[in-house]
Write a protein that binds this ligand. Sequence first.
Ligand code: AMP
Ligand code: ZN
Length: 475
Amino acid sequence: MPRPLSLYDTWERRLRPFIPLAPGGPVGLYTCGPTVYDYQHIGNFRTFLFEDVLKRVLRWNGHRVNHVMNITDVGHLTSDADEGEDKMEKGSRRTGKTAWEVAAYFTDAFLADMKRLNVEDPTVLCKATDHIAEQIAFIADIERNGYAYTTSDGVYFDTSKLDDYGYLARLDVEGLEAGRRVELGEKRRATDFALWKFSPRGEARQMEWDSPWGRGFPGWHIECSAMAQKYLGDYFDIHCGGEDHIPVHHTNEIAQTEGRLADHPEIAHDHRRLANFWMHGYFLLANDAKMAKSAGEFLRISSLSDRGYDPIAYRFLCLTAHYRSQLNFTWEALDAAATGLERMRQGFHALPDAGAAPDAAYVDRFTDEINDDLNLPRALALAWEVLRGDLAPAVKRATLARFDEVFGLGLAAWTPKAVDVPPGIRVIADARYAARTAKQWAEADRLRAQLQAAGWEMEDRADGYSLKRGQEKHA
Ligand code: AMP
Ligand code: ZN
């Protein structure tokens, strides 16, 4: 019998057996989505890829998954401490478009990149701006229970009302209090956070709504609590995000839920932390430092494809590291992943598709690895073992196709033509092919050198040529 699924729960700081709250029912999964004032960087996508793999592993274990993801299109301020400008309004000023146009543009860009990475669509994709009424109702419940207070610039959550505020992050609330007293303003406690912000007086905002407290816009954390509750109920199976969400965003989502449910003594305290499992993907680093949108220069999925990499090579790279360890991005690591992916694709396609069944022993070993808190690096090692081992070729293919339900590399659908060759490279390659056909050897050699300098190897074939990535050294 293969090992049953266990997952690391940040709340309890340990691996726990995963048992769905509703036996047989769909697993409720909420993942914090993108803030759409700019492109998502490849670090953001590491988290979305981890969540995609989690979903696939749940399905591997026979669960249906009801996956809800939000789009943050309002309310995320430039500082997590409720200070600074709204990121959407700032994006609008930067681009000269309306905040609504900015949100629509970057939402589309995000979804297109998710497709290029073979990330499956969520069951429900919900925008914060489509759920203002739900957020207002949620805040009203918190206020009625006495967990909110109003200042001159907004409605704040009173964290002193909760004995275990910050438990998810094991926050040292008193230490934070002592350290940040000067910046408090009208907030009563350093950890208190905005539920609703009033539109600044005399300033026209593009995104603002009427509320019982005054015209303004919701705080960033309330949208996730309100939409999770609407689509998944008061208490659901798994809530995910990147590790940066542990101390602030998720801590506050939990606090809001506790505040809203305070007048429901029939609900056990344990069931007021919104989700049964809290899971977090660790960061992608660049040059051993945090990759952040605010840092200006950042890598997007098209930064990779512009350099000739298939976005799936990035997916492959992410599979080589456990989601609970940080991963340092380098071009060398991406090269290695691209090579690994290419070998796996070629190896797979060299095997006959003869309708064989997967090898049961390998499938069980695979289950052992992925059910051990998604150990994809070891699952990937098992795939190499299958490819290089001595199973019958058709059985190898069937086994790898089954593994790929979790990897999501799209092995079976891949065709050699799908390699992403930038148009500029294609032009040089065509010119070289023409030169070679015309026996202009010097010109052909010159063009080959040009391709090599750009990181491409051209191989001559009787009936044409093929291109593959070479050993370019990136700066
Ligand atoms: P945002 O658009 O900033 O709200 O972030 C979208 C998702 O990406 C969130 O789950 C973040 O926790 C996650 N995230 C942000 N930066 C990184 C990073 N460098 N590596 C991995 N995940 C990240
Ligand atoms: Zn969220």
